[in-house]
Each structure stands twice: as structure tokens, then as C-alpha cells.
Design a protein around this ligand. Structure first.
Ligand code: CO
Length: 136
């Protein structure tokens, strides 16, 4: 059911400063800046063949990422993301196993328009997990 490790996501207070730092220190290039209005984030990816690093900054004051940054002002790892064939089916199957699926009542989408869901950290070894639908 889980088929891939899609990305690791880091919340940052300043996306441009973060991108500059990764480029200057590690030679990493951060791709196009995008906004996911639904999730309240401005984001960009460092893409590798096997996975991605996601950088997110809040796009509005009431963003969930703004709340995370209040607790972690310098930023930090926010979640990691697993690819699944079908988010709804996977979320349902995990829920049957007692996993708390966050915001399950409304369907959520990532910036590419793919269905996503989040799993409660308490049900995955303390880590917030995003599920992302990956076709093929
Ligand atoms: Co993500």
C-alpha cells in the first residue's frame, strides 16, 4: 500500500533565505516557488531522483506552519511524506488499524493537485506523516 518515500518537509521562517543557504553551503538548487493556498504554505522543492526536500514557509498568518514556527522559531523538520496508490483507500485501511487520520472529513490536495492526507504523529512513532497519491 505504501510504495515510496516522497519527501522530507522542513518548515522555515524565510523560504528565500533557506534556499540561499542550501545553495551556498551544499550546492543544492531549490526549484520554483509555489503557493498551496489550501494548506497555507509557500513552498519549493530540492529534487533528487529518489526523493525531495520540501521547504515550506507560512503564506498567511493563520497557517498551521506559522503555529509550528511559533514553537520552533528557527524552523525544523515538520513531516515526511509517503507515496501511496490511493490516499482514500490507504487512509481508510490505516484508520481500521486505529490510526488517526487528520482532517479526514475534507479531502486535501498538494500543490500538484494530488490527493493527500496526514496521519497523527502519535500513531507513527512520533512523526507527522503525509500520504500522497502517486499514480503508476
Ligand atoms: Co509535504
Amino acid at each position: 500500500m505504501i510504495t515510496a518515500l516522497s519527501h522530507v518537509s522542513i518548515a522555515v521562517p524565510d523560504l528565500e533565505a533557506a534556499a540561499r543557504q542550501l545553495n551556498d553551503k551544499y550546492g543544492l538548487s531549490v526549484g520554483a516557488r509555489m503557493v498551496n493556498a489550501e494548506q497555507g504554505v509557500r513552498l519549493a522543492y530540492v529534487e533528487f531522483g529518489s526523493g525531495k526536500i520540501e521547504l515550506m514557509e507560512p503564506s498567511r498568518p493563520d497557517s498551521p506552519i506559522a503555529k509550528f514556527l511559533e514553537r520552533n522559531p528557527k524552523g525544523g523538520i515538520h513531516h515526511f511524506c509517503l507515496g501511496v496508490d490511493d490516499v482514500e483507500k490507504a487512509a481508510h485501511a490505516f484508520a481500521q488499524n486505529g490510526v488517526r487520520v487528520l482532517g479526514a472529513r475534507k479531502s486535501q490536495r498538494n500543490v500538484a493537485g494530488e490527493p493527500i492526507a496526514f496521519l497523527h504523529p502519535g500513531d507513527f512513532l512520533g512523526a507527522l506523516v503525509e500520504l500522497e497519491e502517486q499514480k503508476g
